[in-house]
Every structure is written in structure tokens, then in C-alpha cells.
Design a protein. Structure first.
Length: 222
């Protein structure tokens, strides 16, 4: 496990609150992976249980219940060493391997798949981009956010709603600006991604098409 962590290209770790200090046994290896340019995201129920060294890599989620680590999107450990746990008296680790296996498990385990698929680390989601770089053209001041309508379509709206009803479509130009700004890569061939208009609207595809047919919806990058 140690070499898999330190030599990883990406790490996604779930740290439930029920197990305090759960990452201490592997913290040094996580930091080593960070030095090696691994893209690391920690999802924690209580970010204040995460050490100062790792907290900047952490996103909060109230429904983080399972001790899981995903390495390179193809190896999943259930029960990484929780040696300080009050709830388990020994290390019980299950290892699963295979990209298809991991992809099938992700929606069942409350894992934020859009963070994994981006492979860029924290704060590179499209929502973060919109809030940081786009402003309301009507009331000027508040940042914009990504919303979803009753037809399950994404659009951009003002955070000052209902006082401000400004909205705009997510255009190909805006999406390509985001993809280029954050250098979003294909998670299959590591090529560049670009926005395209298809039969069902805007989608993101690999620039190496037709050699690589990887495509994503806007929701993968929220």
C-alpha cells in the first residue's frame, strides 16, 4: 500500500468523523505523494479532525461514513489503517482493483465522482471557476453560480436571486475558457478536453478524437 500511495497519480480519501486521527498512520505517505505531484482530495465529515498539513486538501461532506481510499481511479481500499479507532480493534483492509469495478462502486458509496474525474485536485470545478471569474451583468457585484433547472439542465445564475433574476446559458466559449484556464485533461489518454455541441446540447470531449472517444457531461465538472 505504501508504494501505491507515494507513487500515485491521484488519491481520493474518505475520512469519517467516527474514527478520529484516522489518517495519522499514512499522513507521511500522502504528503510524499503530494511532493510527487499526485492529485489529492480528502473528503471528511469533520475537517477539524484532519491535520493542518492535510486540511488544505480537504473538502467537507456530512455524509462521509466509509473508510475508503481510491488510488489512480483503479484501486480501492476499504479500511485504510484506522489504528486509533474506537470502533475497530484491528486493521481490516479490503482491496479491490479494476477501473470498471471502481466506476461501478463510486455512485453507491457517496463518492464525489466529478472530483475524481477532473484529476486536477481541489478548487478546479466549473462551479469554482464561475464563482471566481464571472460576474452578474445585471447587478454587477455578486458572483455567479451554477444551477440546475427542473429539466436537469445546467445554467449560470446570480447568487442574489430572487432579488436578481439574471441567468445565462453555459456556452461553448465559457466552457472552453474554463477547460483551458484549469488545464483540464482527459482521464483516459491525458489529452486536452474541449467543449462541443452535440445532438443533446453541450458536452465535453477529448481533443484526441477519434483515437480517444472519451466524453463528459457538464455535471462531471461541477
Amino acid at each position: 500500500m505504501v508504494e501505491e500511495i507515494t507513487n500515485s497519480k491521484s488519491l481520493y480519501i474518505l475520512a469519517p468523523e467516527s474514527v478520529e486521527n484516522s489518517l495519522i498512520p499514512i499522513e507521511a505517505y500522502i504528503l510524499k505523494a503530494l511532493e510527487n505531484n499526485s492529485k489529492i482530495i480528502i473528503q471528511a465529515e469533520n475537517i477539524y479532525q484532519i491535520s493542518d498539513n492535510l486540511r488544505r486538501l480537504t473538502v467537507r461532506d456530512d455524509f462521509t461514513w466509509l473508510p475508503i481510499m481510491i488510488i489512480n481511479e483503479e484501486i480501492l481500499y476499504y479500511g485504510y489503517p484506522f489504528i486509533n479507532s474506537n470502533y475497530i480493534s484491528h486493521n481490516s483492509i479490503i482491496r479491490l482493483e479494476g477501473k470498471n469495478t471502481i466506476r461501478n462502486l463510486i455512485p453507491k458509496l457517496n463518492i464525489k465522482s466529478h472530483l475524481i474525474n477532473s484529476q486536477q485536485g481541489l478548487n478546479t470545478g466549473f462551479g469554482n471557476f464561475v464563482g471566481k471569474y464571472l460576474r452578474c451583468e445585471k447587478c454587477k457585484s455578486p458572483p455567479l453560480i451554477v444551477r440546475r433547472n427542473t429539466r436537469n439542465k445546467y445554467f449560470i445564475g446570480c447568487t442574489n436571486f430572487p432579488n436578481c433574476d439574471y441567468t445565462e446559458m453555459i456556452s461553448r466559449e465559457i466552457m472552453n475558457f474554463y477547460l483551458e484556464k484549469y488545464n483540464i485533461k482527459c482521464n483516459e489518454c491525458h489529452g486536452n478536453m474541449e467543449a462541443r455541441i452535440g445532438k443533446y446540447g453541450l458536452f465535453i470531449g477529448c481533443k484526441n478524437y477519434p483515437e480517444c472517444k472519451n466524453t463528459k457531461g457538464i455535471g462531471n465538472y461541477r
